[in-house]
Design a protein around this ligand. Structure first.
Ligand code: NAD
Length: 465
Protein backbone atom coordinates (compact mmCIF):
# COMPACT_ATOMS: atom_id res chain seq x y z
CA UNK A 1 0.00 0.00 0.00
CA UNK A 2 2.97 2.29 0.55
CA UNK A 3 5.54 1.56 -2.17
CA UNK A 4 8.10 3.91 -0.64
CA UNK A 5 7.85 2.13 2.71
CA UNK A 6 8.21 -1.25 0.98
CA UNK A 7 11.40 -0.03 -0.74
CA UNK A 8 13.20 0.85 2.49
CA UNK A 9 12.06 -1.84 4.90
CA UNK A 10 13.95 -5.13 5.25
CA UNK A 11 13.07 -8.64 6.37
CA UNK A 12 12.59 -9.50 10.04
CA UNK A 13 15.94 -11.35 10.26
CA UNK A 14 17.88 -8.34 9.00
CA UNK A 15 16.08 -5.54 10.78
CA UNK A 16 14.69 -3.99 13.89
CA UNK A 17 10.92 -3.65 14.33
CA UNK A 18 9.55 -0.12 14.05
CA UNK A 19 6.15 0.62 15.53
CA UNK A 20 3.44 3.21 15.05
CA UNK A 21 4.04 5.82 17.78
CA UNK A 22 0.32 6.07 18.51
CA UNK A 23 -0.77 2.44 18.63
CA UNK A 24 2.39 0.39 19.05
CA UNK A 25 1.36 -1.56 15.93
CA UNK A 26 4.29 -2.76 13.85
CA UNK A 27 5.05 -0.77 10.68
CA UNK A 28 8.00 -2.76 9.32
CA UNK A 29 11.65 -3.56 9.92
CA UNK A 30 14.40 -0.96 9.55
CA UNK A 31 17.89 -2.02 8.52
CA UNK A 32 20.42 -2.06 11.35
CA UNK A 33 23.85 -1.21 10.02
CA UNK A 34 27.03 -1.97 11.89
CA UNK A 35 30.16 0.08 12.53
CA UNK A 36 31.78 -1.90 9.66
CA UNK A 37 28.95 -0.84 7.33
CA UNK A 38 29.53 2.74 8.42
CA UNK A 39 33.24 2.53 7.66
CA UNK A 40 32.46 1.12 4.20
CA UNK A 41 29.93 3.92 3.61
CA UNK A 42 32.45 6.64 4.49
CA UNK A 43 35.01 5.05 2.14
CA UNK A 44 32.46 4.87 -0.69
CA UNK A 45 31.34 8.47 -0.11
CA UNK A 46 34.97 9.61 -0.12
CA UNK A 47 35.56 7.82 -3.44
CA UNK A 48 32.46 9.41 -4.98
CA UNK A 49 33.22 12.94 -3.82
CA UNK A 50 35.74 14.23 -6.40
CA UNK A 51 33.46 13.46 -9.36
CA UNK A 52 30.47 15.05 -7.65
CA UNK A 53 32.51 18.15 -6.82
CA UNK A 54 33.74 18.29 -10.42
CA UNK A 55 30.19 18.77 -11.74
CA UNK A 56 29.20 22.37 -12.35
CA UNK A 57 27.21 24.27 -9.77
CA UNK A 58 24.24 24.28 -12.19
CA UNK A 59 24.41 20.50 -12.60
CA UNK A 60 24.29 19.92 -8.85
CA UNK A 61 21.45 22.46 -8.52
CA UNK A 62 19.52 20.60 -11.23
CA UNK A 63 19.97 17.31 -9.36
CA UNK A 64 18.57 18.87 -6.18
CA UNK A 65 15.61 20.32 -8.07
CA UNK A 66 14.87 16.90 -9.57
CA UNK A 67 15.11 15.43 -6.05
CA UNK A 68 12.62 18.05 -4.82
CA UNK A 69 10.18 17.05 -7.58
CA UNK A 70 10.64 13.40 -6.59
CA UNK A 71 9.83 14.26 -2.96
CA UNK A 72 6.72 16.13 -4.10
CA UNK A 73 5.65 13.17 -6.24
CA UNK A 74 5.93 10.84 -3.21
CA UNK A 75 4.93 13.35 -0.53
CA UNK A 76 1.87 11.44 0.64
CA UNK A 77 3.80 8.17 1.07
CA UNK A 78 6.53 10.03 2.96
CA UNK A 79 3.99 11.83 5.16
CA UNK A 80 2.27 8.55 6.04
CA UNK A 81 5.61 7.07 7.16
CA UNK A 82 6.39 10.15 9.31
CA UNK A 83 2.88 10.22 10.81
CA UNK A 84 3.17 6.61 11.89
CA UNK A 85 6.81 6.34 12.92
CA UNK A 86 7.25 9.76 14.58
CA UNK A 87 3.58 10.25 15.46
CA UNK A 88 2.88 13.81 14.31
CA UNK A 89 -0.57 14.32 12.79
CA UNK A 90 -0.86 14.44 9.00
CA UNK A 91 -2.50 17.88 8.95
CA UNK A 92 -1.61 21.36 10.23
CA UNK A 93 2.11 21.84 10.85
CA UNK A 94 2.42 18.06 10.82
CA UNK A 95 3.61 15.18 8.65
CA UNK A 96 2.37 16.57 5.29
CA UNK A 97 3.96 19.91 6.19
CA UNK A 98 7.23 18.10 7.01
CA UNK A 99 7.21 16.17 3.70
CA UNK A 100 6.48 19.35 1.71
CA UNK A 101 9.20 21.17 3.67
CA UNK A 102 11.80 18.64 2.46
CA UNK A 103 11.12 19.72 -1.14
CA UNK A 104 11.13 23.40 -0.15
CA UNK A 105 14.55 23.13 1.50
CA UNK A 106 15.98 21.12 -1.42
CA UNK A 107 14.86 23.85 -3.86
CA UNK A 108 16.15 26.59 -1.61
CA UNK A 109 19.58 24.93 -1.51
CA UNK A 110 19.50 24.59 -5.30
CA UNK A 111 18.73 28.32 -5.63
CA UNK A 112 21.55 29.40 -3.29
CA UNK A 113 24.80 30.22 -5.08
CA UNK A 114 28.01 30.96 -3.21
CA UNK A 115 29.84 33.36 -5.52
CA UNK A 116 33.52 34.12 -4.92
CA UNK A 117 33.98 37.39 -3.01
CA UNK A 118 36.66 39.97 -3.77
CA UNK A 119 38.24 40.80 -0.40
CA UNK A 120 40.91 43.25 -1.53
CA UNK A 121 41.89 44.87 -4.79
CA UNK A 122 44.57 47.58 -5.05
CA UNK A 123 48.04 48.21 -6.42
CA UNK A 124 48.02 45.16 -8.65
CA UNK A 125 46.98 42.75 -5.89
CA UNK A 126 43.63 40.98 -5.82
CA UNK A 127 42.45 38.61 -3.09
CA UNK A 128 39.37 36.49 -3.59
CA UNK A 129 37.49 34.21 -1.21
CA UNK A 130 36.22 30.99 -2.79
CA UNK A 131 33.94 28.50 -1.06
CA UNK A 132 35.16 24.99 -1.85
CA UNK A 133 33.72 21.62 -0.76
CA UNK A 134 35.10 19.94 2.33
CA UNK A 135 34.85 16.23 1.36
CA UNK A 136 32.63 13.80 3.25
CA UNK A 137 30.03 15.31 5.58
CA UNK A 138 28.48 13.24 8.38
CA UNK A 139 24.85 14.12 9.18
CA UNK A 140 23.33 12.95 12.47
CA UNK A 141 19.67 13.81 13.11
CA UNK A 142 17.09 13.42 15.93
CA UNK A 143 13.60 11.88 15.96
CA UNK A 144 11.70 15.16 16.28
CA UNK A 145 11.38 16.31 12.64
CA UNK A 146 13.34 13.38 11.24
CA UNK A 147 13.04 13.80 7.48
CA UNK A 148 13.12 17.60 7.47
CA UNK A 149 16.14 17.96 9.77
CA UNK A 150 18.03 15.34 7.73
CA UNK A 151 17.33 17.37 4.58
CA UNK A 152 18.45 20.59 6.33
CA UNK A 153 21.83 18.89 6.75
CA UNK A 154 21.99 16.99 3.45
CA UNK A 155 20.76 19.55 0.88
CA UNK A 156 23.33 22.33 1.45
CA UNK A 157 26.13 19.78 1.90
CA UNK A 158 25.40 18.21 -1.50
CA UNK A 159 24.79 21.58 -3.16
CA UNK A 160 28.39 22.72 -2.68
CA UNK A 161 29.99 19.42 -3.76
CA UNK A 162 30.36 17.33 -0.61
CA UNK A 163 29.15 13.76 -0.34
CA UNK A 164 27.11 12.78 2.72
CA UNK A 165 26.76 9.85 5.10
CA UNK A 166 23.56 10.37 7.07
CA UNK A 167 22.68 8.60 10.33
CA UNK A 168 19.06 8.92 11.48
CA UNK A 169 17.88 8.58 15.05
CA UNK A 170 17.38 4.96 16.04
CA UNK A 171 13.74 5.92 16.79
CA UNK A 172 12.92 7.26 13.31
CA UNK A 173 15.10 5.54 10.71
CA UNK A 174 12.30 4.88 8.20
CA UNK A 175 11.34 8.56 7.75
CA UNK A 176 14.96 9.47 7.02
CA UNK A 177 15.77 6.44 4.84
CA UNK A 178 12.61 7.22 2.85
CA UNK A 179 13.65 10.78 2.03
CA UNK A 180 17.23 9.63 1.32
CA UNK A 181 15.86 7.04 -1.11
CA UNK A 182 13.98 9.79 -3.00
CA UNK A 183 16.99 12.14 -3.18
CA UNK A 184 19.37 9.29 -4.10
CA UNK A 185 17.38 8.63 -7.28
CA UNK A 186 18.78 11.90 -8.65
CA UNK A 187 22.42 11.90 -7.54
CA UNK A 188 25.21 9.49 -8.55
CA UNK A 189 25.81 6.33 -6.53
CA UNK A 190 27.41 6.87 -3.09
CA UNK A 191 26.97 10.65 -3.16
CA UNK A 192 24.37 10.23 -0.40
CA UNK A 193 24.35 7.16 1.85
CA UNK A 194 21.97 6.46 4.73
CA UNK A 195 23.30 4.35 7.58
CA UNK A 196 20.69 3.30 10.07
CA UNK A 197 22.31 2.01 13.21
CA UNK A 198 22.42 2.41 16.94
CA UNK A 199 24.08 5.09 18.98
CA UNK A 200 27.55 3.53 18.61
CA UNK A 201 27.25 3.97 14.84
CA UNK A 202 26.57 7.68 15.43
CA UNK A 203 29.57 7.87 17.74
CA UNK A 204 31.78 6.20 15.12
CA UNK A 205 30.59 8.60 12.43
CA UNK A 206 31.43 11.57 14.67
CA UNK A 207 34.94 10.30 15.37
CA UNK A 208 35.65 8.96 11.88
CA UNK A 209 39.05 10.16 10.62
CA UNK A 210 37.74 10.60 7.07
CA UNK A 211 34.87 12.99 7.66
CA UNK A 212 35.64 16.66 7.21
CA UNK A 213 32.49 18.01 8.81
CA UNK A 214 29.74 16.83 11.09
CA UNK A 215 26.25 18.30 11.04
CA UNK A 216 24.63 17.33 14.33
CA UNK A 217 21.14 18.02 15.63
CA UNK A 218 20.22 16.46 18.94
CA UNK A 219 20.68 16.83 22.66
CA UNK A 220 23.27 19.02 24.37
CA UNK A 221 24.62 15.94 26.14
CA UNK A 222 25.41 14.13 22.86
CA UNK A 223 26.73 17.42 21.43
CA UNK A 224 29.37 17.54 24.17
CA UNK A 225 30.50 14.00 23.25
CA UNK A 226 30.81 15.06 19.63
CA UNK A 227 32.96 18.06 20.54
CA UNK A 228 35.31 15.65 22.33
CA UNK A 229 35.51 13.43 19.22
CA UNK A 230 36.36 16.43 17.09
CA UNK A 231 39.55 16.93 19.12
CA UNK A 232 40.89 13.89 17.25
CA UNK A 233 39.59 14.17 13.71
CA UNK A 234 39.32 17.99 13.75
CA UNK A 235 36.03 17.71 11.88
CA UNK A 236 34.26 21.05 11.65
CA UNK A 237 31.00 21.04 13.56
CA UNK A 238 27.58 22.56 13.28
CA UNK A 239 25.79 21.77 16.54
CA UNK A 240 22.03 22.36 16.79
CA UNK A 241 21.38 21.30 20.38
CA UNK A 242 18.63 21.46 22.94
CA UNK A 243 16.45 24.48 23.59
CA UNK A 244 14.42 25.82 26.50
CA UNK A 245 12.95 28.80 24.70
CA UNK A 246 11.38 31.55 26.80
CA UNK A 247 8.41 33.64 25.72
CA UNK A 248 7.59 36.95 27.40
CA UNK A 249 4.07 38.40 27.24
CA UNK A 250 4.15 42.17 27.86
CA UNK A 251 1.60 44.21 29.82
CA UNK A 252 -1.14 45.39 27.47
CA UNK A 253 -0.98 42.29 25.25
CA UNK A 254 -4.39 41.12 24.03
CA UNK A 255 -4.69 37.55 25.34
CA UNK A 256 -7.45 36.52 22.93
CA UNK A 257 -5.59 37.93 19.95
CA UNK A 258 -2.25 36.20 20.64
CA UNK A 259 -3.62 32.94 22.06
CA UNK A 260 -3.68 30.82 18.92
CA UNK A 261 -0.18 31.73 17.72
CA UNK A 262 1.11 31.34 21.26
CA UNK A 263 -0.52 27.92 21.55
CA UNK A 264 1.07 26.62 18.33
CA UNK A 265 4.42 28.20 19.22
CA UNK A 266 4.32 25.96 22.29
CA UNK A 267 2.57 22.84 21.05
CA UNK A 268 3.83 22.41 17.47
CA UNK A 269 4.59 18.70 17.02
CA UNK A 270 3.00 18.16 20.44
CA UNK A 271 5.80 20.21 22.00
CA UNK A 272 8.53 17.95 20.59
CA UNK A 273 10.30 20.71 18.67
CA UNK A 274 13.71 22.15 19.44
CA UNK A 275 12.59 25.74 18.94
CA UNK A 276 9.17 25.43 20.58
CA UNK A 277 8.27 27.88 23.33
CA UNK A 278 8.98 25.97 26.55
CA UNK A 279 8.69 28.58 29.36
CA UNK A 280 6.11 31.35 29.22
CA UNK A 281 6.58 34.51 31.35
CA UNK A 282 3.36 36.55 31.52
CA UNK A 283 2.85 39.99 33.10
CA UNK A 284 0.64 40.00 36.15
CA UNK A 285 -1.91 42.32 34.48
CA UNK A 286 -2.74 39.81 31.71
CA UNK A 287 -1.73 36.57 33.44
CA UNK A 288 -5.19 35.18 34.22
CA UNK A 289 -6.48 35.99 30.72
CA UNK A 290 -3.53 34.33 28.97
CA UNK A 291 -3.80 31.21 31.12
CA UNK A 292 -7.56 31.01 30.46
CA UNK A 293 -7.15 31.43 26.68
CA UNK A 294 -4.42 28.78 26.51
CA UNK A 295 -6.49 26.39 28.63
CA UNK A 296 -9.49 26.85 26.31
CA UNK A 297 -7.38 25.77 23.33
CA UNK A 298 -5.70 22.96 25.28
CA UNK A 299 -9.12 21.50 26.07
CA UNK A 300 -10.48 21.74 22.53
CA UNK A 301 -7.63 21.12 20.06
CA UNK A 302 -8.09 17.44 19.08
CA UNK A 303 -5.40 14.93 20.04
CA UNK A 304 -5.22 11.52 18.41
CA UNK A 305 -3.21 9.17 16.18
CA UNK A 306 -1.01 10.79 13.55
CA UNK A 307 -2.85 9.03 10.74
CA UNK A 308 -6.29 10.28 11.86
CA UNK A 309 -7.19 13.23 9.59
CA UNK A 310 -8.87 14.99 12.53
CA UNK A 311 -5.87 14.96 14.88
CA UNK A 312 -4.02 18.21 15.50
CA UNK A 313 -1.84 16.89 18.35
CA UNK A 314 -0.32 13.42 18.61
CA UNK A 315 1.41 11.05 21.01
CA UNK A 316 4.86 11.36 22.57
CA UNK A 317 7.24 9.78 20.10
CA UNK A 318 9.11 7.57 22.53
CA UNK A 319 8.45 5.86 25.87
CA UNK A 320 11.42 7.73 27.29
CA UNK A 321 9.90 11.09 26.38
CA UNK A 322 6.55 10.05 27.86
CA UNK A 323 8.40 9.28 31.11
CA UNK A 324 10.14 12.69 31.14
CA UNK A 325 6.88 14.60 30.63
CA UNK A 326 5.07 12.60 33.36
CA UNK A 327 7.94 13.14 35.80
CA UNK A 328 8.11 16.90 35.23
CA UNK A 329 4.36 17.41 35.64
CA UNK A 330 4.24 15.24 38.79
CA UNK A 331 7.12 17.23 40.26
CA UNK A 332 5.36 20.54 39.48
CA UNK A 333 2.17 19.27 41.14
CA UNK A 334 4.08 18.21 44.26
CA UNK A 335 5.63 21.66 44.49
CA UNK A 336 2.14 23.17 44.63
CA UNK A 337 1.86 24.43 41.05
CA UNK A 338 -1.67 24.67 39.64
CA UNK A 339 -2.54 22.15 36.90
CA UNK A 340 -5.06 24.24 34.96
CA UNK A 341 -5.86 21.56 32.42
CA UNK A 342 -4.47 18.12 31.55
CA UNK A 343 -1.81 16.83 33.93
CA UNK A 344 -2.31 13.15 33.22
CA UNK A 345 -1.91 10.47 30.57
CA UNK A 346 -4.69 9.83 28.05
CA UNK A 347 -4.62 6.00 27.89
CA UNK A 348 -7.87 5.80 25.95
CA UNK A 349 -5.99 7.30 22.97
CA UNK A 350 -2.99 4.98 23.21
CA UNK A 351 -0.05 4.13 25.46
CA UNK A 352 2.04 7.25 24.75
CA UNK A 353 -0.58 9.99 24.86
CA UNK A 354 -0.42 12.73 27.48
CA UNK A 355 -3.16 15.35 27.73
CA UNK A 356 -2.34 18.91 26.68
CA UNK A 357 -1.29 20.50 29.97
CA UNK A 358 -1.13 24.10 31.16
CA UNK A 359 0.68 24.57 34.48
CA UNK A 360 0.21 27.92 36.29
CA UNK A 361 1.56 29.41 39.53
CA UNK A 362 5.01 27.94 39.05
CA UNK A 363 8.43 29.59 39.18
CA UNK A 364 12.02 29.14 38.07
CA UNK A 365 13.71 26.43 40.14
CA UNK A 366 10.98 23.91 39.30
CA UNK A 367 12.30 21.21 36.96
CA UNK A 368 9.44 21.87 34.53
CA UNK A 369 10.74 25.42 34.04
CA UNK A 370 14.47 24.74 34.20
CA UNK A 371 14.60 21.59 32.01
CA UNK A 372 13.58 21.01 28.40
CA UNK A 373 10.19 19.21 28.74
CA UNK A 374 9.75 18.31 25.05
CA UNK A 375 6.08 17.41 25.23
CA UNK A 376 2.50 18.74 25.47
CA UNK A 377 2.98 20.77 28.65
CA UNK A 378 3.92 24.36 29.35
CA UNK A 379 4.73 26.21 32.59
CA UNK A 380 3.26 29.74 32.75
CA UNK A 381 5.22 31.98 35.13
CA UNK A 382 3.85 35.27 36.53
CA UNK A 383 6.06 38.38 36.57
CA UNK A 384 5.51 42.00 37.54
CA UNK A 385 8.87 43.57 36.66
CA UNK A 386 10.01 43.35 33.04
CA UNK A 387 13.70 43.44 34.04
CA UNK A 388 13.10 40.38 36.18
CA UNK A 389 11.41 38.59 33.25
CA UNK A 390 14.41 39.33 31.02
CA UNK A 391 16.80 38.14 33.73
CA UNK A 392 14.92 34.85 34.08
CA UNK A 393 14.64 34.36 30.30
CA UNK A 394 18.42 34.80 30.06
CA UNK A 395 19.19 32.66 33.12
CA UNK A 396 18.98 29.36 31.21
CA UNK A 397 22.17 27.90 29.78
CA UNK A 398 20.15 27.04 26.67
CA UNK A 399 19.52 29.79 24.18
CA UNK A 400 18.11 28.58 20.89
CA UNK A 401 15.12 30.91 20.42
CA UNK A 402 12.91 33.29 22.40
CA UNK A 403 9.87 35.46 21.73
CA UNK A 404 8.21 38.64 22.94
CA UNK A 405 4.45 39.20 22.67
CA UNK A 406 2.55 42.49 22.75
CA UNK A 407 3.13 45.98 21.36
CA UNK A 408 5.56 45.45 18.43
CA UNK A 409 7.64 48.56 19.25
CA UNK A 410 8.08 47.61 22.90
CA UNK A 411 8.74 43.99 21.94
CA UNK A 412 11.39 45.03 19.43
CA UNK A 413 13.23 47.06 22.10
CA UNK A 414 13.22 44.10 24.45
CA UNK A 415 14.53 41.75 21.74
CA UNK A 416 17.95 43.42 21.94
CA UNK A 417 18.25 42.36 25.59
CA UNK A 418 17.44 38.69 25.11
CA UNK A 419 20.19 36.09 24.65
CA UNK A 420 19.13 33.65 21.92
CA UNK A 421 19.98 32.64 18.37
CA UNK A 422 16.60 33.96 17.18
CA UNK A 423 14.16 36.34 18.86
CA UNK A 424 10.66 36.28 17.36
CA UNK A 425 8.10 39.04 17.90
CA UNK A 426 4.44 38.01 18.17
CA UNK A 427 5.33 34.59 16.77
CA UNK A 428 7.56 31.70 17.82
CA UNK A 429 9.48 29.02 15.99
CA UNK A 430 8.70 30.08 12.42
CA UNK A 431 11.58 29.08 10.14
CA UNK A 432 12.49 30.18 6.63
CA UNK A 433 15.01 28.40 4.37
CA UNK A 434 16.61 31.75 3.45
CA UNK A 435 17.03 32.96 7.05
CA UNK A 436 19.86 31.52 9.18
CA UNK A 437 18.93 29.50 12.25
CA UNK A 438 21.14 28.38 15.14
CA UNK A 439 21.64 28.65 18.86
CA UNK A 440 24.02 30.26 21.32
CA UNK A 441 25.32 29.13 24.75
CA UNK A 442 24.67 25.41 25.27
CA UNK A 443 22.18 25.30 22.39
CA UNK A 444 25.23 24.91 20.15
CA UNK A 445 27.13 26.78 17.49
CA UNK A 446 27.10 27.21 13.75
CA UNK A 447 24.21 28.17 11.52
CA UNK A 448 21.90 26.39 9.11
CA UNK A 449 19.90 27.76 6.12
CA UNK A 450 20.60 30.31 3.45
CA UNK A 451 24.01 31.41 2.23
CA UNK A 452 25.26 31.79 5.83
CA UNK A 453 24.41 28.18 6.60
CA UNK A 454 25.82 26.89 3.34
CA UNK A 455 29.18 28.57 3.94
CA UNK A 456 29.53 26.30 6.98
CA UNK A 457 29.64 23.33 4.59
CA UNK A 458 32.60 24.71 2.68
CA UNK A 459 36.23 25.50 3.30
CA UNK A 460 36.86 29.19 2.67
CA UNK A 461 39.86 29.40 0.34
CA UNK A 462 41.70 32.60 -0.44
CA UNK A 463 43.38 33.10 -3.81
CA UNK A 464 45.67 36.09 -4.07
CA UNK A 465 47.11 37.21 -7.41
P1 NAD B 1 20.09 12.57 21.00
O1 NAD B 1 21.26 13.44 21.27
O2 NAD B 1 19.75 11.52 21.97
O3 NAD B 1 20.27 11.83 19.59
C1 NAD B 1 20.49 12.55 18.40
C2 NAD B 1 21.25 11.67 17.40
O4 NAD B 1 22.58 11.43 17.89
C3 NAD B 1 20.64 10.30 17.17
O5 NAD B 1 20.72 10.01 15.78
C4 NAD B 1 21.54 9.37 17.96
O6 NAD B 1 21.59 8.07 17.46
C5 NAD B 1 22.87 10.03 17.78
N1 NAD B 1 23.88 9.72 18.81
C6 NAD B 1 23.69 9.22 20.04
N2 NAD B 1 24.85 9.14 20.73
C7 NAD B 1 25.80 9.61 19.91
C8 NAD B 1 27.20 9.83 20.02
N3 NAD B 1 27.87 9.54 21.15
N4 NAD B 1 27.85 10.40 18.98
C9 NAD B 1 27.21 10.71 17.86
N5 NAD B 1 25.88 10.52 17.68
C10 NAD B 1 25.18 9.99 18.69
O7 NAD B 1 18.87 13.57 20.76
P2 NAD B 1 17.33 13.19 20.48
O8 NAD B 1 16.71 12.75 21.76
O9 NAD B 1 17.22 12.34 19.27
O10 NAD B 1 16.74 14.63 20.07
C11 NAD B 1 16.13 15.50 20.98
C12 NAD B 1 17.03 16.68 21.24
O11 NAD B 1 17.39 17.31 20.01
C13 NAD B 1 16.39 17.76 22.06
O12 NAD B 1 17.28 18.22 23.04
C14 NAD B 1 16.11 18.86 21.04
O13 NAD B 1 16.02 20.17 21.56
C15 NAD B 1 17.26 18.73 20.13
N6 NAD B 1 16.95 19.32 18.83
C16 NAD B 1 17.61 20.47 18.48
C17 NAD B 1 17.32 21.08 17.27
C18 NAD B 1 18.02 22.33 16.85
O14 NAD B 1 17.90 22.72 15.69
N7 NAD B 1 18.76 22.99 17.72
C19 NAD B 1 16.36 20.51 16.42
C20 NAD B 1 15.70 19.34 16.84
C21 NAD B 1 16.02 18.76 18.04
Amino acid sequence: MNALLDTITVSAEKGRPIVDAASGEQIGYAPVHSVADLDAAVAAAAAAQPAWAALSSDERAAALRAAADEVDAHAEELAQIIAREQGKPLNGAGARFEAAGCAVWLRSAADTVLEPEVLFEAEGTRSEMHYVPLGVVGAISPWTWPALIAIWQIAPALRVGNTVVAKPSEYTPLSVLAVIELVSRHVPKDVLIGISGDREVGARLAEHPDIAKLMFTGSTRTGREIVKSSANNLARLTLELGGNDAGIVLPGADAAEIAEKLFWGIFINTGQTCAALKRLYVHDSVYDDVVAELAKLAETVPMGPGTDENSALGPLSTDQQFGIVSRLVDDARQRGARIVTGGEAAPELGPRFYRTTIVADIADGAALVDEEQFGPVVPVIRYSDIDEAVRLANASSQALGASVWGDPGEARKLADRIEAGTVWINQHGTLNPAVPFGGVKSSGYGLEFGAHGMKGLTAPKVITT
